[in-house]
Structures are given as structure tokens and as C-alpha cells.
Design a binder for this molecule. Structure first.
Ligand code: XUL
Ligand code: CO
Length: 440
């Protein structure tokens, strides 16, 4: 078996003092935090598309810069097989327990769907074979129904019924292979499901069709006995100007409108949150309080740029607040933290693939520890409970219990005089958060 990353040893935990770029400073898989091993809390995954497919191109540099140990392989199927080997070696050396893929990441598309599916079967067999003696598992599979020119106007929301049919056939196969590989979730990210101008768009039909499509996926999952979790990944824009799955709230509303909410949860991506002009925590929180937080695409955007930069997550404030939401929902069950993140064009050495993942893993490990301490101390929870305490007695309790209406409330305040309100103490709370992060 070829070794692709010869210069990189198995990555170990060396602790805070280490300045070895190929070692963990905070991520210690066996360390128990809040009653669970770190590895089981964080459930990291490597994204096939960024780590094994991306070549470091950008709109101004169509020639990739990435130096990769498989760059000499020219036959597309030989290359696909080599990447399977490289993926398992990479995940095992890094100690990442999961990976995620789009159907078209793992096997190149051929002229017909029949031929493409045959290619997929060959690669799926190779992955299955490699899984036999590896701890590495599939977190989720998905479909790339946005890259090929047939999907220019969308997939399930395309104005062309043949394209809808094509996307359905593609998702059918991708669900089958996800099931075959023991995938724990199946993701729907709405690629080009959106529109550029209403001058040429029947939005009502497109939304109805998107719901019809998801309904067919639910039916087919039942038919084949796929018990993975279906996830929808919101994104507000890019590639289309108006993506239908704008943000958590929009997706939840859409699912409820069409009666699909029992079958789906959300896969929240940090950079998609910032594109929607929300914080990452906001998106996670909205999903969590609706019992719909399923999984996370762990990355970060650049707030000075308006597009999806998919950088590796290194901001400890964000990872802390994200892990706070994850812990508060009781931890991941089927979901995990998928690094939907790519090294910069300038970080072109193979070693950078490891360094970037280590950076993200350490940032989330630290975030987990800080979040666990915050929850254990209960200071913020106590502050919030106190802030809303007027709803636990008297008129507040009556409001919550539905015992009063406008008439009773009018009567209550009519002669009350001055109403006392209290400071929200935002700055004090921000100092508390700083203290937890700096002291943990
Ligand atoms: C695109 C994106 C996708 C999904 C999977 O912005 O995040 O890679 O995660 O299709
Ligand atoms: Co994503």
C-alpha cells in the first residue's frame, strides 16, 4: 500500500507548551470533559472535497498551487482510488474518526448516469474494503447537484423537469452508497436551489418542487431502510443571489410549511451564518431551541469579505460559543464537526493539510473545555434565569400559563405607575466570557 504523507508521523497530543506544528496542544482524544471523551464529544470529520479534491485555484488563478502526493496520477479512476488510500492514511494519522463526501468527489462523472454509477460502485467497494481494517467511518454523504452545467438553473428547483429527474436519480444513488458505507447522516445543501431574478422565476412552483423532492427522499429512505439523519444545510447566498435555504429560521419555517420537519435536522456552517449576517451561535441556537440541531460544518469566514472563504476555524470565542450550544443540546448523537474548510492558496504544502486540521481541532477542543466550565459553573444560566424571573411568579406566571389576556393585563397595569426594568449587563458578561477563555 502506498504511503502518501511520508513525512508526517501519527499526530500526538503534546499539550499547551508544545511548539511542534504537527502536534495537538488542546485536543487530547481520551481526556474526559463533562463526562465524555473529547473524541466522542467532537466527532471530527475531514471533508473529501476540500482536502482531496481542491487544488488551490481561485477566480484569478485557474492553475492550482497545491502540491499533492497524487498530482502525478493522470488516469481519473486511478486517481480516485489513490485518493481513497490517501484519505484513510490522512484520517488515521490525524486521528480524525470520520470523513464526508459528495458523490462526485469520490468518483469522476462519466457521459451517462449508468456509467457514472458503475464508477461509483468501484470506488465504494474500495472504501468499504479499506474500512474493514480502519477505525475511520462516514459521517455523511451528499450529492453534488450544482457543479455540472445541467444544474445551472438549480436541481430540484430547475425550471426543467428532466433536471429534477436527474437530481432525483443522483440523490437516490448517493443515499444508497451512504447507507452501504454506514453513513450516519445524509446532507442536503441547496447548491443552486435559489434564483437570480423573479423576472424569470416561478418561486411558488420551485419551492413546491423542492418540498416534493425532499418528500421523495424521505419515502426512498424508508423503502431502503436508511436510518441515517437527514440534514439540511442553510446558506443565504452563493452561488445564487437568493438561496431558498437562507438560514436556520427560514429552513425550519419551510420544513414546517410542508410537513417535512419530523424528518430533517440542520447542518449549520459557521461561514454560512456570517453570510446571512448572523453569528454562528445564533444559527446554532435557533436550530437547538427548535430541536433541530443535527450537525456542524466547522469553518470560519472572513468578516471583511462577503463570500464563503471556508477557512479553518481558529477563533476561540466562536468555538466556545458553538460548543456551548452543542453541550446544551446534550451533545452530538449522529452529527459531528465536519471541517468544511480549505487551506489558503498560499498554504500549498501537503503538511499544511495537517497543520490546518490540527489548528481547527485544537480550537474546538479548547472551546469544548471552556464551554464545559461555563456550564458547570452555571453563572450565565443563573444570570439569565434571574433576568426572566418575573415570569415565574405573579402576573408573569399567569402570562406563561395562559391565564390572562389583554383585558386582564390592561387592568393589571392601569394603576401600576412606574415599571422597573434592570440593566442587561452585557459588558459584565463579556468580561466573564473573557475570563473563562483566558483562565481555562
Ligand atoms: C457549500 C457547502 C457544501 C456543503 C455540502 O457552501 O458548504 O460544501 O457542505 O454540499
Ligand atoms: Co458546508
Amino acid at each position: 500500500m502506498a504511503e502518501y504523507f511520508k513525512n508526517v508521523p501519527k499526530i500526538k497530543y503534546e499539550g499547551k507548551g508544545s511548539d511542534n506544528p504537527l502536534a495537538f496542544k488542546y485536543y487530547n482524544p481520551d481526556e474526559v470533559v463533562a463526562g465524555r471523551r473529547m473524541e466522542d464529544h467532537l466527532r471530527f470529520a475531514v471533508a473529501y472535497w476540500h482536502t482531496f479534491q481542491a487544488t488551490g485555484t481561485d477566480p484569478f488563478g485557474p492553475v492550482g498551487t497545491a502540491v499533492r502526493p497524487w498530482n502525478h496520477i493522470t488516469d481519473p479512476m486511478d486517481l480516485a482510488k489513490a485518493k481513497v488510500e490517501a484519505c484513510f492514511e490522512f484520517c488515521e494519522k490525524l486521528g480524525v474518526p470520520f470523513f464526508c463526501f459528495h458523490d462526485r468527489d469520490i468518483a469522476p462523472e462519466a457521459d451517462t448516469l449508468r456509467e457514472t454509477n458503475k464508477r461509483l460502485d468501484i470506488i465504494v467497494a474500495a472504501i468499504k474494503d479499506r474500512m474493514k481494517d480502519s477505525p475511520v467511518k462516514l459521517l455523511w454523504g451528499t450529492t453534488n447537484a450544482f457543479g455540472h452545467p445541467r444544474f445551472t438553473h438549480g436541481a430540484s428547483t430547475s425550471p426543467h423537469a428532466e433536471v429534477f429527474a436527474y437530481a432525483a436519480a443522483q440523490v437516490k444513488k448517493a443515499m444508497e452508497i451512504t447507507k452501504e458505507l454506514g453513513g450516519q447522516n445524509y446532507v442536503f445543501w441547496g447548491g443552486r436551489e435559489g434564483y437570480e431574478t423573479l423576472l424569470n422565476t416561478d418561486m411558488k412552483l420551485e419551492l413546491d418542487n423542492m418540498a416534493r423532492f425532499l418528500g421523495m427522499a424521505v419515502d426512498y429512505a424508508k423503502e431502503i431502510g436508511f436510518d441515517g439523519q437527514f440534514l439540511i444545510e442553510p446558506k443565504p447566498k452563493e452561488p445564487t443571489k437568493h438561496q431558498y435555504d437562507f438560514d436556520s429560521a427560514t429552513v425550519i419555517g419551510f420544513l414546517k410549511t410542508y410537513g417535512l420537519d419530523p424528518y430533517f435536522k440542520l447542518n449549520i456552517e459557521a461561514n454560512h451564518a456570517t453570510l446571512a449576517q448572523h453569528t454562528f451561535q445564533h444559527e446554532l441556537h435557533v436550530a437547538r431551541i427548535n430541536n433541530m440541531l443535527g450537525s456542524i460544518d466547522a469553518n470560519q469566514g472572513d468578516l471583511l469579505l462577503g463570500w464563503d472563504t471556508d477557512q479553518f476555524p481558529t477563533n476561540i470565542y466562536d468555538t466556545t460559543l458553538a460548543m456551548l450550544e452543542v453541550l446544551k443540546m446534550g451533545g452530538f448523537t449522529k452529527g459531528g464537526l465536519n471541517f468544511d474548510a480549505k487551506v489558503r492558496r498560499g498554504s500549498f504544502e501537503p503538511e499544511d493539510l495537517f497543520i490546518s486540521h490540527i489548528a481547527g481541532m485544537d480550537a474546538f477542543a479548547k472551546g469544548l473545555k471552556v464551554a464545559a466550565r461555563i456550564i458547570e459553573d452555571g453563572k450565565f444560566d443563573k444570570f439569565i434565569a434571574e433576568r426572566y424571573s418575573s415570569y415565574t411568579t405573579g402576573i408573569g406566571k399567569d402570562i406563561v400559563e395562559g391565564k390572562v389576556g389583554f383585558k386582564e393585563l390592561e387592568q393589571y397595569v392601569m394603576d401600576l405607575g412606574k415599571v422597573e426594568i434592570k440593566s442587561g449587563k452585557q459588558e459584565m458578561l463579556e468580561v466573564w466570557l473573557n475570563s473563562y477563555i483566558l483562565e481555562e
